[in-house]
Design a protein around this ligand. Sequence first.
Ligand code: ADP
Ligand code: MG
Length: 618
Amino acid sequence: MPDIIQLLPDHVANQIAAGEVVQRPASVVKELLENAIDAKSTSITLVVKDAGKTLIQVTDNGTGMSPSDALLSFERHATSKIKIAEDLFKLNTKGFRGEALASIAAIAHVSLKTKLHDQQIGTKINVEGNKVVGQEQAVVPEGTTIAVKNLFFNIPARRNFLKSNPVETRHIIDEFHRVALAHPDIAFTMTHNDDLVFNLPLSNVRQRIVNIFGSKTNEKLVPVAETTDILKIDGFVLKPDFAKKSRGQQFFFVNDRFIKSPYLNHAVNAAFEGLIKPSLHPGYFLFLEVDPKSIDINIHPTKTEIKFDDEHALYAMVRATIKHSLGQFSIAPVLDFNRESSLDTPYDYSNKPPVTPTIDVDKDFNPFSATPKQKNIDFPYKRDKSSAHWDSLYVGLNDTQATDGSYSPETHLSFESEQVTGSLFQEQGPVSAQLTFQLQNKYIISPIKSGMMVIHQHLAHQRILYEELLKNITVHQGVSQQLLFPLELPFSIPDMEVLQKIQEQLEYTGFVFGAFGEDTLSITGIPAALLEDQACMVLEQLIQDIIDEVPDAGFSQNDLLVRSMAKSMAIKTGVALNSKEREHLVNQLFMCKEPSVSPSNQAVIITLDANDFDKKFI
Ligand code: ADP
Ligand code: MG
């Protein structure tokens, strides 16, 4: 058999390498920013267009490159950062693999302008798909500008796989955060589609965090600091009260490099144990310094995973240091200038005997009545007779239920022998309240001709809200309730970006926005079915869902938005519903186009056949 092994041509090898290094526009942002830092810049500018799909450009005032280095920088495995294998064990640069520029140039149009500090003339180079298509001397500023255009122009499948602009922008901003947080001694700016998104002057870590995440962050930070022989820890954790449902602000840096470490994350969680609910995630900005010899960052091309020599010791130290800081913070509040004054005990209370608090229960509490606190989940349209054909499920039931809506043991049910078929659905009146009761504050049980129907209250309400909101957003007629006092909600700048991108759709659901401030959003109207104090949670969840959007799930942005809102607005399990509320919910459910499945495809209703019960009573 003849020899069959061949060396891959460079452009093919580069495309394969590109697949590992460049997954999305944000990967390019990361590599270019890191190169600028390695070049000892003190000021770095990032310019992005169309979520990086059209342009990503990084300008720095670093060392610059000579004309021949500029050409060489696009070769694979060309690097100025390591020379011999031992250098790998004392890395103090971000890059060292010499792959990034070659990978990026393999799948985009790249132009480079660069000039060394002591030179008059610099270099301009254009590269397309790894081919140098132009090189000339040019008068350019000191430092380097690299512009990456038309990412994945030669790999349409990859280009099509990119997510929506808000999602890709969010990933870019995440990378920007990571780099900017690790280097407060470098000034950064970022613009997106000509809007200034960040302008971060030289500062310290605390100020950098505040500049990125908004002024309210300052009072949430608890300093963390510890130095031992093998580790130096510095940084901040967020006070336990600000733990979030989503893993928003969680940053580990090792030797100024952002890393992902589920193991160390676990150590932080362990330090917060008992202070926050297990379902919440603490926020942290932690900077670890270790001997470069004791870590291996060479295990992944994107260099976000690293291996520590002595993981167990690090774990114990991270946990203990944070515990200590949190302890100091809560037992020595006098030393904390940011403490909540509302927690102080007024002096005249200190001698008062304790009084047992009384609990007032509102027996008439009705989550569906249209009082100002609780909103009705009414549809804006009237019941459509032709589609409301579920009622005859109830045909054949004896009408002697207890009047308070609970189920009386005397109730007689007559089970008809005929099978449940489509013909069951004949026009009758709406479901009678006496026909339902609630199990475990979770299920609505209703006897039907063939046995009984079990409705999941949370999923049912999700379906109702989903169809209502989807209709509003599609026909652009959301029903809005004006707020007497506008809500002022704090959001981080990147979250604000996401909200701005979906502003129009949100308005169709009934939101009315005032000003989009730097870190506060003013809301003057909310969807009719939304409670005022739910608004912040619904929007936060929505931002998170947009960021976590499953690739290729085939859902439109509207669908995602509406699913997310319906899920957070829907009445939860654990809420007791009285007969009127149950009736209302069931009626509305059966007016839906698809009452039997939730927006995320879970069953909403199951039916249990009485014949099966009969079999059990033998
Ligand atoms: P690596 O960063 O792993 O060395 P890259 O492909 O990212 O590999 O870059 C290749 C080389 O190009 C770098 O080693 C560096 O010498 C040079 N280079 C890249 N970007 C810059 C920049 N902004 N300023 C100065 N030199 C740069
Ligand atoms: Mg690099």
